[in-house]
Design a binder for this molecule. Structure first.
Ligand code: OXD
Ligand code: MN
Length: 606
């Protein structure tokens, strides 16, 4: 489709303005067809940017290698450019929007020279769902177009729903390395140097401007940028929730169904939990979403969730047939791999795939690599943040209703993190506000010392939203509290904190995790109906030690330990929240959360 054919006047004008600014050689409005996808892939193959994988092993699948400087989200180059700095809050980077636009406009000037501009209309959520939102991304990267085909619903059908005057989130993206006259992409992943990369959000005008990175969340603007940062602002303004949560469907042996969402910081096994294969007989877990949930209240007073995405952009290393068989089966065809290693027979390999590297590999940098297990310092063959982009509909565990435009009614929210001590296996909040408190203190232990934190300390990531909230986190907590105050609490999801990562004194994990987590899900399922054995404790509602059937290898004493109320540990936890965590949010930290902290402290001291 040509730009002239666009029926939406302000969309057409917006595209025309972008064309004058970025001066591409040509412009294409994406139709979302298979032929278009194939053309994008062919283009990247011809340019030497992609490798076709073995058609017999991984049909219709391709490998891309990114520039070594462009391998992950860049939080220090991600901006929430609200009019006032105070609205972005102390945990977001802020630049005055006018100044940022001026600076980025000069970067965008001529940035698409030598390239084609693709205009991608996309729907986050099933096309036409009243919970879905439409965005339009302009990009000069055919890799981005192909990935967006998998991760979102794209093309003409979205324009049809948008109509002549519908609302859309305009998203600019350019890889930011204009080609000189007659120059062609030469097999090197184009991007700008780190100090020229910008992932910018303008919350008041609902705009996204991304420049200089072609990778994942920096470039596939429907995901973190629209579905979390901009959507969190829309959700605050419109009274709903845009959350960094998986959505799963749980069916008990009697055939009763509940839907649960869960927020976990990165690297806590969220994708694995979303696709878990239960070990307890008769139970079934199915996937609705693995990363993001959009939830709105319906007339019955309940919250209904959709997965705004259409694919999985998962971390490859550590994914194997034991940790996540469903993910492995999802990505056997029609998948884009980025920065994994390549085998001689054009298969993929990564650390933690479950078997040794077969022979000579090409690593993610494009260099020969042979596994040397005697060398503990050997650089990994796959980048630790290497990814697969696979269609959700190929997941063997995908729930039939995953694309239901109405969404699914949510019975429980889970929060969790990697907490080797103190935090029990599972803990039910006594009330909505207690649950909001739980969400506000989510954190994970830092395992290896990072530049700014010591190993062993807890890196807090409230609601797993710290890098993804488009406004002040203090106001975000307030939004959650307000939902509890303005809705019938008996119809709101019950809130639970889970921790699969408790360690014993020898440093070994006590709980086996993975499929065995289904035992905990079963208790949660029953608690949603006020069933299941429990004890009311100062920190929350815990299962009795016999409420959850023990998996092999977990002794009665282990069970007691992971369900114990560690009074001294909790006093330290409370002190850490009071002294180090909550003060970060300044005056905007809602007083209700301090009251909750006081109440728990009082119960611990009683
Ligand atoms: C992700 C993340 O990639 O949360 O989904 O970092
Ligand atoms: Mn995520």
């Amino acid at each position: 489709m040509k730009v002239q054919e666009l029926k939406h006047a302000s969309l057409k004008k917006w595209v025309e303005d972008a064309v004058s600014l970025m001066t591409p050689d040509s412009v294409e409005v994406c139709d979302g067809s298979k032929a278009e996808y194939d053309r994008m892939i062919q283009f990247t193959l011809d340019a030497g940017l992609a490798t076709k994988l073995n058609e017999k092993i991984l049909p219709n699948s391709y490998l891309f290698r990114s520039d070594p400087s462009d391998v992950a989200r860049v939080e220090n180059r991600t901006y929430i450019a609200s009019k006032s700095k105070d609205d972005a809050g102390p945990t977001n980077n802020w630049i005055d929007p006018a100044e940022l636009k001026k600076n980025m406009t000069s970067l965008y000037k001529g940035s698409m020279k030598g390239r084609t501009m693709f205009v991608i209309p996309f729907s986050m959520g099933p096309v036409g769902s009243d919970i879905a939102k439409i965005g339009v991304e302009i990009t000069d990267s055919p890799y981005v177009v192909a990935n967006m085909h998998i991760m979102a619903r794209v093309g003409t059908k979205v324009l049809d729903v948008l109509g002549p005057d519908g609302f859309f989130v305009p998203c600019y993206h350019s890889v930011g390395k204009p080609l000189g006259a007659g120059e062609k992409d030469n097999g090197v992943w184009p991007c700008a140097p780190v100090d020229k990369k910008y992932i910018s959000h303008f919350p008041e005008t609902r705009e996204i401007w991304s420049y200089g990175s072609g990778y994942g969340g920096n470039a596939l603007l429907g995901k973190k940028c629209l579905a979390l940062r901009i959507a969190s602002v829309l959700a605050r303004d419109e009274g709903w929730l845009a959350e960094h949560m998986l959505i799963l469907k749980l069916t008990n042996p009697q055939g009763e169904v509940k839907y649960i969402t869960g927020a976990f910081p990165s690297a806590c096994g969220k994708t694995n939990l979303a696709m878990l294969i239960p070990t307890i007989p008769g139970w079934k877990v199915q996937t609705v979403g693995d990363d993001i949930a959009w939830m709105k209240f319906k007339e019955d007073g309940r919250l209904y969730a959709i997965n705004p995405e259409a694919g999985f952009f998962g971390v490859a290393p550590g994914t194997n047939n034991d940790s996540n068989k469903n993910a492995m089966d999802t990505i056997k065809s029609n998948t884009i791999y980025t920065n994994v290693a390549l085998t001689e027979d054009k298969n993929v390999w990564w650390e933690g795939i479950g078997y040794d590297a077969p022979g000579k590999l090409i690593d993610w940098n494009g260099n020969p690599w042979v596994q040397d297990k005697s060398n503990k310092d050997q650089k990994p063959a796959a980048h630790p943040n290497s990814r697969f982009t696979g269609p959700a509909k190929q997941c063997p565990a995908i729930a039939d209703e995953w694309e239901d435009p109405k969404g699914v009614p949510i019975s429980a929210f889970l929060f969790g993190g990697r907490r080797p001590k103190t935090i029990p296996l599972v803990n039910q909040a006594k009330s909505w506000i207690h649950g909001v408190f739980m969400g506000s203190i989510v954190g994970s232990e830092v395992t290896a010392a990072a530049l700014d934190v010591q190993a062993g300390t807890i890196r807090r990531d409230p609601f797993a939203m710290l890098p993804f909230c488009g406004y002040h986190m203090g106001d975000y907590f307030k939004h959650w509290i307000k939902l509890g105050q303005t809705h019938d609490e008996s119809k709101l999801p019950k809130i639970f904190f889970v921790n699969w990562f408790r360690k014993n004194d020898a440093g070994k994990f006590i709980w086996p995790g993975y499929g065995e987590n289904s035992r905990v899900l079963a208790w949660i399922f029953d608690r949603c109906d006020n069933k299941g054995k429990f004890v009311d404790t100062p920190i929350g509602i815990l299962p009795t030690p016999d409420a959850i059937e023990r998996p092999a290898g977990v002794s009665e004493a282990d069970m007691k330990e992971i369900l114990n109320v560690d009074i001294e540990g909790w006093k330290k936890e409370i002190a850490d929240v009071r002294q180090n965590h909550y003060p970060k949010f300044g005056d905007k930290l809602p007083k209700e959360l301090y009251s909750e902290l006081d109440a728990i402290e009082k119960r611990l001291n009683a």
